[in-house]
Every structure is written in structure tokens, then in C-alpha cells.
Design a protein around this ligand. Structure first.
Ligand SMILES: *[C@@H]1O[C@H](CO)[C@@H](O)[C@H](O)[C@H]1NC(C)=O
Length: 251
């Protein structure tokens, strides 16, 4: 037992004596390596980052946060310039061509106030400004004020209750203005407008007051009718007798 322990006891000091230079050497090696290894590691990751960046700009570039239907949308070209990494913009037609027609979206009618709020989406064309055209009946269209290229929403005021209108949105750039169906030749009143086009028909509901008047009128008429029926029942039948009584009397 003790003989077995002895070599161990002897071995510990010899090992520790041997280990200390070894440890020192190892420590020296690691300390000498660490400064060399440290610049190596970030160098590799920098290369990786560079690789990632070049890949992201060339093939994986994200589309810009651009919505052509969003009100007060900054032009995509400006988003591209502002961002740290150039994002992708939808392709546009040439600025030497007049714009494609914008797409008229929903029209919210506020009947009580004679208002309507019109929304639209930009065409895939460079646009300098927009305006609205409003037809009432067969007259010439009224042209709204110019709206800058960020605008996608406009309000129409003074619409008559029960009136029908045609509303179109026009886009313009240096080369000209977008087409509006029916501006050449016949007016657009009779035309059917395709959805996703620049125009829409607008029917204002009749004034709520007129509905109240109509309801009161119907109520008065019903009251008069029932009065007449009661009058006939109690007065006229008394005077002339009931037809059934007369038949009974004849028998
Ligand atoms: C565009 O018009 C809107 C609404 O009138 C306005 O808020 C915005 O500041 C204008 N933008 C530019 C760039 O003129």
C-alpha cells in the first residue's frame, strides 16, 4: 500500500517541477500567439462582412419602403438616396413620355357634409404633380388645384345631395399629362369606367333631411287615411246604413 503511494508522492514534485517550465513555455506561447491570433480573427470576419455586403447590394438588395398608394409617400428615388444601403425601386417609364394614368381607389362619401375623399395610386411613371377633374352633369369639367407628387388623397367639397358626378385623377410630368377617358369627343357621363382606371362615378345620397321629410309625409298620409276610415266607419255608415243591414231588412 505504502509502496504504491511512494512513487505517486515522488511523482508529484517531479511532475510539478517539470510542469512549471512546461506551463511557462505554454503560457509564453499562448501570449505570443494571442496578439497574432487577435488580428487574424477580426480580419476574417471583416472579409465575411465585406462579402455579405457585396452580396446584399448586388443580388439580395431589399425593396424600398415605398407604397405607391400611400398618402404623402416620398418618391422612391429619394428613399434610395437617403438609406445607408441602396434599396430597390419599382421600374418607371421614361420621363420623356407622359405618365400612365393613376389608379383611382376608394371614394369615401361624407353625405351630411357634401364631401368626398378620393384616394389614388401612383402610376409606374415619373410624376411631377396631380390634379382632379370633376364633371357635374354635361358641363365642362372643373379642374382642381395642382397637388405635388407625394399626394395620394384629396377632398371634394360642396357636392350636392342626390347629385351624380364623374371624378378623374390626372398625373403630369414634363412630357405631358396622363390620358382621361372621354376628354376627346363625348363627355364621360355616359361612359362605363373600368375599375383600376383613373376615373369613377360618384353618386351622392339624397340629403338625410329630405329622407326625414319623406318619412313625415308618409306618416301624415297614413294618419289622414286612418282618419278617413274612422270617419266613414262612424258617420257615413250611420247615415246611409250598413249594406248588410239593408240586405237583412229586404229578407
Ligand atoms: C406636398 O403636399 C402636401 C399636402 O399639401 C404637403 O404636406 C407636403 O409638404 C408637400 N410636399 C412637398 C415636397 O412639397
Amino acid at each position: 500500500m505504502s509502496g504504491g503511494r511512494f512513487p505517486l508522492r515522488q511523482g508529484i514534485p517531479t511532475d510539478s517541477m517539470l510542469a512549471s517550465p512546461c506551463l511557462l513555455w505554454l503560457l509564453a506561447m499562448t501570449f505570443s500567439l494571442v496578439p497574432r491570433a487577435q488580428p487574424l480573427a477580426p480580419q476574417k470576419s471583416e472579409e465575411e462582412e465585406e462579402e455579405y455586403e457585396t452580396v446584399s447590394t448586388s443580388t439580395l438588395a431589399a425593396p424600398c419602403d415605398y407604397d405607391r398608394c400611400r398618402h404623402l409617400q416620398v418618391p422612391c428615388k429619394e428613399l434610395q438616396r437617403a438609406g445607408p444601403v441602396a434599396c430597390l425601386c419599382p421600374g418607371l417609364s421614361s420621363s420623356a413620355l407622359r405618365p400612365e394614368p393613376p389608379r383611382l381607389g376608394e371614394v369615401q362619401i361624407v353625405a351630411e357634409e357634401g364631401r368626398a375623399v378620393v384616394h389614388w395610386c401612383a402610376p409606374f411613371s415619373p410624376v411631377h404633380h396631380y390634379w382632379l377633374l370633376l364633371w357635374e352633369g354635361n358641363g365642362a369639367p372643373q379642374k382642381g388645384p395642382p397637388l405635388n407628387s407625394t399626394v395620394r388623397r384629396a377632398e371634394l367639397k360642396g357636392l350636392k345631395p342626390g347629385g351624380t358626378y364623374v371624378i378623374c385623377v390626372v398625373a403630369a410630368n414634363e412630357a405631358g399629362e396622363s390620358q382621361v377617358p372621354g376628354t376627346s369627343g363625348e363627355g364621360p357621363e355616359r361612359m362605363a369606367f373600368p375599375s383600376f382606371g383613373p376615373c369613377s362615378r360618384l353618386s351622392m345620397p339624397p340629403r338625410p333631411v329630405t329622407l326625414v321629410h319623406a318619412a313625415v309625409g308618409v306618416g301624415i298620409a297614413l294618419a289622414l287615411l286612418s282618419c278617413a276610415a274612422l270617419f266613414w266607419h262612424f258617420c257615413l255608415r250611420e247615415r246611409w246604413g250598413c249594406p248588410r243591414h239593408r240586405v237583412a231588412g229586404a229578407l
